[in-house]
Every structure is written in C-alpha cells, then in structure tokens.
Design a protein around this ligand. Structure first.
Ligand SMILES: Nc1ncnc2c1ncn2[C@@H]1O[C@H](COP(=O)(O)OP(=O)(O)O)[C@@H](O)[C@H]1O
Ligand SMILES: CC(C)(COP(=O)(O)O)[C@@H](O)C(=O)O
Length: 299
C-alpha cells in the first residue's frame, strides 16, 4: 500500500484570562475566557511508517522538532479515532511529527494545537470520515482528560480572537470573538505547569476570570481584553516577576502587554515590546483557525 500522510496547521493560542469549569463529562468540561490565536503555531504531520508488517507496527515514531517526544493528549486523540497500528492503519505503525517554533509549556497551547492537528491530519490520512466538529470534540476531550488545557482546542479551531462564552466542545460550548486583526509580540521566560495550576484550588482564579469576561463582553475590543488580562493575572495571583517587569516597561513606553496563561510569557499588541527595548518574537493574530495544509506549504 502506498504511504498515507496528511499535514495540519493549528495556530498557537495565548489565553488572556479564564475561569475553569470541570465536569465529569470531558465534552462539557472546559473554560470561559478570551485570548488571541497566533500565526505562530504547530504543524503536525501524520503518516504510516515507511516499513510494513510486524516490524513497523512495533515502532510508532513520535517526534517533536525532530527529536523523540510525545504529548499524552495526542496519543489519546489518535486512540479515539482508532488510528493505531493494528486498527485502521493495518500492520503499519503511525508516525507523528510535531513541528513548532513556539516554546512548549509556556502558555501557547502547544499541547492543544498538537492534539487538534494530529486529529485533523490523521482523519485525512486514514480517511476516518469525521466532521470538523467531531475532530474538535475528540481533541478537546483528550486535552481536558490530560489536564493540559481547557479552552485552547476550541479557540484554536476557530482562529481570530476567540471569546469562550460557555465551556465545552462544539454542541455544548459557545464561542464569540473580537473582530480584530493585529500584530502580536511575545517574550518567554519559561514554563508554568498547566497541570499543577488546574489541579489546585481554582476558586479565586475562576472568580477573577468571570469578572474579566463580563467586562470584555460589555466592550469587546482588544484594549479591554489586554486590561482585563492584566487585572486577571494580578487577582488570580499568577503574575511572575519577569513578566510583571516587562508589562510595566511596555506600559511606560505607551504600549499594551499582558501575561499569557499559563506560562512565564509576556505578549503585547502591535510593537509594544519592541518599543520598550525588548527583542520579541513577532507574529499576527491568526485569521483562519486549524486547517489541513499542503505538504509543500510546510517545507
Ligand atoms: N519538551 C517539552 N517541554 C514541555 N512539555 C513537553 C515537552 N515535550 C512534551 N511535552 C508535553 O507537552 C505538554 C505541554 O502542555 P502544557 O503545559 O499545557 O503546555 P502548552 O501551554 O504548551 O500547551 C505536557 O503534556 C508535556 O508532558
Ligand atoms: C489557560 C489554559 C487552562 C491552559 O493553557 P496552556 O497552558 O497554554 O495549555 C487554557 O487551556 C484555557 O482554558 O484558557
């Protein structure tokens, strides 16, 4: 059989603020909140392994930036789709290559993007016949089940500047968005464990997130999103010193910056960080959301 393969791109997503809404049913669990999807994202290539038969089935290569590495939610999503060696793909194994310039664990929703990208690419490569909403639900359930995210997948599927009005996957959750398109700059100082924060007491955090969402819905504009993000980080007691210093420097230079949830990352609208003397990574808000891409586009 010829080698089957497909590639998907999923935008990064920085959460500006959120409230956590656990539920026994992963389809209904999630978060309310808002954030920016980014043209910097994650490309996932799914293919059958080169070899054939039992030897190939024993080896299911997983790479992150070309190095061996796995993300638990990716494996769960592939399992839910039934694309593992011996199932839909026959005796061959499934290879998954995750490529991203974004730092992992620093608040860009890389785990959600990799999971949604794997679901979209695997569905195409192995002709699983799932609809977009079904693939988003599979990825959302996998991500929520692993505790590595709550609202990234639904936001990344949509693109733009998503507002998560109600938690959960398509059919349960509800999304809106800020109709905006902007340059975005960011600087990362390291990881914050999403599992640790979500596994702790989220009462105060969620109260702050609900307040922020109420105010953003009254005035759905980017400057309000950024102001509410700053207030949320302080109220939820999540602000880390390096990020606080950068936000202040951007403010002094007349710009607008905030902390990405959940990472030691500062992001700014426009040229905020450059104007304050930082050397940031530069991208834009993504306009299209998660999508299949031609292989040539990512080579
Ligand atoms: N090199 C790596 N650094 C950090 N996390 C990694 C790496 N490789 C795989 N992972 C997995 O990726 C996931 C990162 O999830 P999370 O902390 O939510 O980060 P992000 O904000 O990027 O989504 C974790 O499940 C972790 O086990
Ligand atoms: C903030 C977070 C709970 C985690 O985001 P990340 O660390 O980027 O996976 C996100 O999924 C959200 O619901 O807004």
């Amino acid at each position: 059989m010829s080698r089957q393969r497909a590639t998907a791109f999923v935008p990064g997503h920085v959460t500006a603020f959120f409230s956590a809404h656990p539920d026994d049913r992963p389809v209904a669990a999630g978060s309310r909140g808002a954030g920016l999807t980014l043209t910097d994202g994650v490309t996932v290539r799914v293919s059958t392994t080169d070899g054939s038969g039992a030897a190939a089935a024993a080896v299911e290569p997983r790479t992150i930036r070309g190095e061996p590495g796995t993300i638990g939610a990716v494996e769960d999503a592939l399992g839910a789709l039934g694309v593992t060696a011996g199932e839909r793909v026959g005796a061959d194994g499934v290879a998954v290559a995750v490529e991203t310039d974004l730092p992992i664990g620093a608040g860009f929703g890389v785990s959600g993007a990799a999971t949604l990208g794997a679901a979209i690419a695997a569905n195409a490569a192995f002709d699983c016949g799932r609809s977009e909403n079904e693939l988003i639900r599979i990825a959302h359930e996998a991500e929520v089940g692993r505790g590595t995210g709550l609202g990234d997948v639904v936001a990344q599927a949509r693109g733009g500047v998503p507002i998560r009005l109600e938690p959960g996957a398509p059919g349960v959750g509800e999304l809106d968005g800020i109709p905006a398109d902007s340059r975005v700059e960011y600087v990362t100082y390291g990881e914050l464990s999403t599992e640790a924060v979500l596994g702790g007491d989220t009462t105060a955090l969620s109260a702050a997130g609900e307040r922020a969402l109420g105010r953003l819905c009254e005035d759905p504009r980017l400057p309000t999103l950024m102001a509410q993000a700053r207030e949320f980080a302080a109220d939820a007691d999540l602000l880390v010193p390096e990020v606080a210093t950068a936000i202040e420097a951007v403010d002094d230079a007349g710009g607008d910056a905030a902390m990405a949830m959940l990472g030691r990352t500062v992001f700014a609208i426009g040229t905020g960080l450059s104007d304050a003397g930082y050397d940031p990574s530069i991208c834009r808000t993504d306009t299209a959301g998660a999508r299949l891409v031609r292989d040539a586009e990512c080579e």
